[in-house]
Ligand binder design. Structure first.
Ligand code: ATP
Length: 267
């Protein structure tokens, strides 16, 4: 488990994320407010929500969102990959899950980000499901941990919500399900703006026009990041501009499009 032992407050903020304002609002009301201002929330019907399931195509910002929530909450962040947690030896995975939650409680407030959670929660009865039966039960015990889970919020992510056991999805476990979609053109513009914040971009570049280009349709945030990177590389290699005047221009984006890989997801 390479990254699992790691807990610190991430430095990703909502400024690094484009097009997902509704998620910011959702997490503000269900995590940030109750965690940071519990007194002000008393007497209202809503309270801290401790289990979220983010689902949708890969590369659309699920990891970034979990990191930004931790940053805004001033909470520690533990990143776990479902498949990594499934170890070969019977009993090892349950132990790892118990230890994970115990560590999270020790450094609370803490956000546990559970990527590819479907690996652990394959529907019981499905082919191969016996491998995860016991770890799944352990996860359910931890997720229903009630009071003991004070200050531990689990944000899980999957590209395959249909593969998940319904027991994991009930209220009190992953009570809130949020779809993180592929961006539309307005959201792509907002993502591009966040991606070029620290990049030497020429003022003549029209990001709005890029966002609306046909070649950008069905592209994820991860695809757009690859595009900006390719454009940067094209600009750096461009012998037409002097080395200290190099900036990324529209022509470099055009070149980048021709080098862009197919989709990082099923369109
Ligand atoms: P996966 O399902 O493959 O784990 P994910 O949904 O967790 O993907 P991220 O890892 O958050 O996606 O995104 C990958 C990279 O793509 C980010 O590091 C970021 O550079 C870029 N990216 C994706 N979505 C956005 C977004 N909405 N705003 C800004 N950048 C984004």
């Amino acid at each position: 488990l390479t990254r699992e032992g790691f807990s610190s407050i991430p430095n990703v903020t909502w400024d690094n994320i484009g097009g997902l304002d509704h998620l910011r609002e959702e997490f503000y009301h269900h995590v940030i407010l109750p965690l940071k201002f519990p007194e002000e929330c008393k007497g209202f019907e809503f309270c801290l929500e401790t289990g979220f399931l983010l689902f949708g195509p890969p590369g659309c910002g699920k990891t970034l969102v979990a990191q930004a929530v931790a940053n805004e909450a001033g909470a520690n962040f533990i990143h776990v990959e479902g498949p990594e947690l499934l170890s070969k030896y019977v009993g090892e995975t349950e132990k790892a899950i118990r230890e994970l939650f115990s560590r999270a409680r020790m450094c609370s407030p803490c956000i546990v980000f559970f990527d590819e959670v479907d690996a652990l929660t394959t529907k019981r009865g499905e082919q191969g499901a016996w491998v995860v039966e016991r770890p799944l039960n352990q996860l359910l015990v931890e997720l229903s941990g009630g009071k003991k889970r004070d200050g531990v919020i689990v944000i899980a992510a999957t590209n395959r919500p249909d593969m998940m056991d319904p027991a994991v999805q009930r209220a009190g476990r992953f009570g809130r399900h949020i779809y993180v979609p592929l961006p539309n053109s307005v959201q792509r513009y907002s993502i591009l703006k966040s991606l070029v914040r620290d990049v030497r971009i020429d003022p003549s570049v029209d990001l709005n026009a890029i966002a609306r280009m046909e070649s950008c349709e069905n592209r994820s945030g991860a695809d757009l990041k690859a595009l900006v990177k390719q454009a940067g590389y094209a600009a750096f290699r461009d012998t037409n501009s002097g080395s200290n005047k190099r900036t990324i221009k529209m022509v470099h984006f055009e070149q980048a499009f021709t080098n862009l890989k197919p989709f990082s997801h099923e369109p």
